[in-house]
Ligand binder design. Structure first.
Ligand code: NAD
Length: 255
C-alpha cells in the first residue's frame, strides 16, 4: 500500500456509490482513514466494512447543518482530527426553465450548493485549529460552461466553482486549501438512470470527445487523491477538469 495519505483522516460525502465510492476506495488504498458518509445507510456500511480497519460509516445528510455538525463531531471524537473533506454528494435533473417547478430548482440548490457550503462551514474550525486541511469540491464541466436545458443544475455547479475560489482566498491564511474537480460524463448510477432521450444526448456528446468514451469513477478519484495529498501543496482555488477533452474546444470534422 502506498502511503500518500498516511496519517490523514478523510470525510467523503455521498460515498455509498459512484464517484464518492471510488474516491473513498482510492483514499483508503493510499493510507487514509476514511469516513464514508451518505444517506444510504446499508450501502455505506457495506463499503466501510469492505474497506476494513480505520474506515467507518457515518450517516450525513449534506442538506442539513445539524447533520454536518453531528457528523464532524463524531469524526473528531473518533479520530481526533480531520484532514480532508471531499464534498461529492450531489445530483442532477431540473430541465428547461419554463417547465421546471420552483420545488425542483430549490431541491437542486439545497443539495448541490447549500450541501457544499454547509460542509465547508462546519470543517473550517477543526481544520484551522490543526493549521491544515484540504477541501475537494466535486463541481462539473457544467460548472464552467453553460448547457441548454439544465439551467438550475448548471447554476449549482457554477456555485460550487465560486464557493471553491472564494473560500480558497478566505481560508488560505489558516492553512486550508480548497480546490475543485470538474468531471465530464462519468459512468455512475446517476448517469445510468438518466432518461433514454438524455442518455442518447450524452452518448452523442461523448462520441465527439477526443477520448470518445464515458469516464470511469476511478478516473475522477485520481484527481481527488491528488488534491487530498500533500503533492498538491501549492494548489488552492484550482479547478481540475477531468473530461476526456470534452471542454477542449468545439467539435469539428477532422481536416
Ligand atoms: P450518484 O447519484 O451515483 O451518487 C451520489 C451519492 O450521493 C449517492 O450515494 C447518494 O445516496 C448520495 N446523496 C444524495 N443525496 C444526498 C444527501 N442529501 N446527503 C448525502 N448524500 C447524498 O452520483 P455521481 O454520478 O457519483 O455524482 C457524484 C458527484 O459528481 C455529484 O456532485 C455530481 O453532480 C458530480 N458529477 C457527476 C458527473 C457524472 O457524469 N456522473 C459529472 C459531473 C459531476
Amino acid at each position: 500500500m502506498s502511503g500518500r495519505l498516511q496519517g490523514k483522516v478523510a470525510l467523503v460525502t455521498g460515498a455509498a456509490q459512484g464517484i464518492g465510492e471510488a474516491s473513498a476506495r482510492k483514499l483508503a488504498e493510499h493510507g487514509a482513514k476514511v469516513v464514508i458518509s451518505d444517506i444510504q445507510v446499508e450501502r455505506g456500511e457495506q463499503l466501510a466494512a469492505e474497506l476494513g480497519e480505520g474506515c467507518v460509516f457515518q450517516h450525513l445528510d449534506v442538506r442539513e447543518l445539524e447533520s454536518w455538525e453531528a457528523a464532524v463531531a463524531a469524526v473528531l471524537g473518533r479520530f481526533g482530527r480531520l484532514d480532508v473533506l471531499v464534498n461529492n454528494a450531489g445530483g442532477g435533473a431540473g430541465g428547461p426553465i419554463e417547465r421546471e417547478p420552483l420545488s425542483e430548482h430549490l431541491r437542486l440548490m439545497g443539495l448541490n450548493v447549500t450541501g457544499v457550503w454547509a460542509g465547508m462551514r462546519t470543517v473550517v474550525r477543526p481544520m484551522a485549529a490543526q493549521g491544515s486541511g484540504s477541501i475537494v469540491n466535486i463541481s462539473s464541466i457544467d460548472g464552467l460552461v453553460g448547457v441548454s436545458g439544465l439551467a438550475s443544475y448548471v447554476a449549482t455547479k457554477f456555485a460550487v466553482t465560486g464557493l471553491t475560489r472564494a473560500l480558497a482566498l478566505e481560508l488560505g491564511g489558516r492553512g486550508i486549501r480548497v480546490n475543485s474537480v470538474h468531471p465530464g460524463i462519468i459512468e455512475t448510477p446517476l448517469v445510468k438512470k438518466t432518461p433514454p432521450s438524455s442518455l442518447e444526448r450524452l452518448k452523442r456528446a461523448v462520441a465527439r470527445q477526443p477520448i470518445a468514451r464515458m469516464g470511469r469513477p476511478e478516473e475522477i478519484a485520481n484527481a481527488v487523491l491528488f488534491f487530498a495529498s500533500d503533492e498538491s501543496s501549492y494548489c488552492t482555488g484550482a479547478s481540475l477538469v477531468v473530461d476526456g477533452g470534452h471542454l477542449a474546444g468545439p467539435y469539428r470534422d477532422p481536416l
